[in-house]
Design a binder for this molecule. Structure first.
Ligand code: FAD
Length: 226
């Protein structure tokens, strides 16, 4: 697709309605798809030279590169149904998750596993994190409207500084204290150090409830992008 040109323009129209969708990321493509199903033609304007937004799959020399692995996991049935409407079952694979946290030169299993986390972090340091978390529970940050306050209330200052602050600022390129809390709520959905510990001690307990802890997810065979 070239700059600001039409991506899809189905023939069918409902009345004189003219719809322009800005952006050919998942949201724009889904909107245009839904319009199309209702017989309304739409034009997608995309500034980039390819569709998919930040969920794109770029191709080079015959290889496909997903710009950030995109797990397909939802508790919303209409969304699940839409994915299966678009992709045939044989191209929508269930994959086991394998995530690791690179922490001070060591790889920690994620979701955390009690023995693995203790072995890699060390008993003293782990105790420090638990005390810092307990302190944050007793004296939570007054302002939890930004990402920093929200995270500190759920993980404690120590873990926030060691892990979340640097990771998040590298990922988004914005100081954590300037990000609104709902970004955190979206990324870390329902997780806190408390339930990460409970999950580490009793694996499989929370995995369907807390998106960050799920052990398996669906993934399109050829990547999330077109
Ligand atoms: C590292 C990372 C990992 C992620 N992992 C997951 C995951 O595992 N599972 C999951 O479900 N989600 C994940 N996400 C979130 C997911 O990528 C986004 O929710 C999704 O891409 C948002 O889609 P969107 O269409 O709203 O925006 P975008 O994907 O940002 O697309 C917006 C599009 O609009 C275009 N555009 C913007 N402005 C204009 C303009 N003025 N004119 C024309 N075009 C314009 C852009 O070029 C872009 O193509 C992840 C995100 C990141 C960064």
């Amino acid at each position: 697709m070239s700059d600001e040109t039409s991506a899809t323009t189905p023939e069918t129209t409902a009345g004189d309605q003219q719809v322009v969708v800005i952006g050919a990321g998942p949201a724009g493509l889904t909107a245009a798809f839904q319009f199309h199903k209702h017989g309304i033609a739409s034009t997608i304007l995309e500034a980039d030279d390819m569709v998919g937004g930040i969920s794109r799959t770029a191709q080079r020399d015959g290889w496909r590169f997903d710009i950030g692995g995109h797990r397909f996991f939802t508790k919303v049935q209409p969304v699940e149904d839409l994915w299966h409407e678009i992709l045939p079952d044989e191209e929508f694979l269930m994959r086991p998750r394998k995530s690791r946290i690179f922490y001070k030169g060591k790889y920690l299993d994620y979701p955390l596993r009690a023995f693995n986390a203790l072995k890699n972090v060390g008993f003293l340091e782990a105790t420090g994190y638990v005390f810092s978390y307990a302190w944050a529970r007793i004296r939570p940050p007054k302002d939890q409207t930004n990402y920093e306050g929200w995270l500190v209330a759920r993980f404690g200052w120590r873990l926030y500084r060691a892990l979340f602050k640097t990771y998040t600022e590298k990922l988004w390129g914005v100081p954590v204290s300037e990000m609104p809390a709902d970004w955190a709520a979206q990324r870390v959905k329902g997780l806190s150090l408390g339930n990460a510990i409970v999950n580490a001690l009793m694996p499989k307990r929370n995995q369907k409830d807390i998106t960050s802890l799920i052990e398996e997810f669906q993934y399109p065979k050829y990547g999330p992008g077109p």
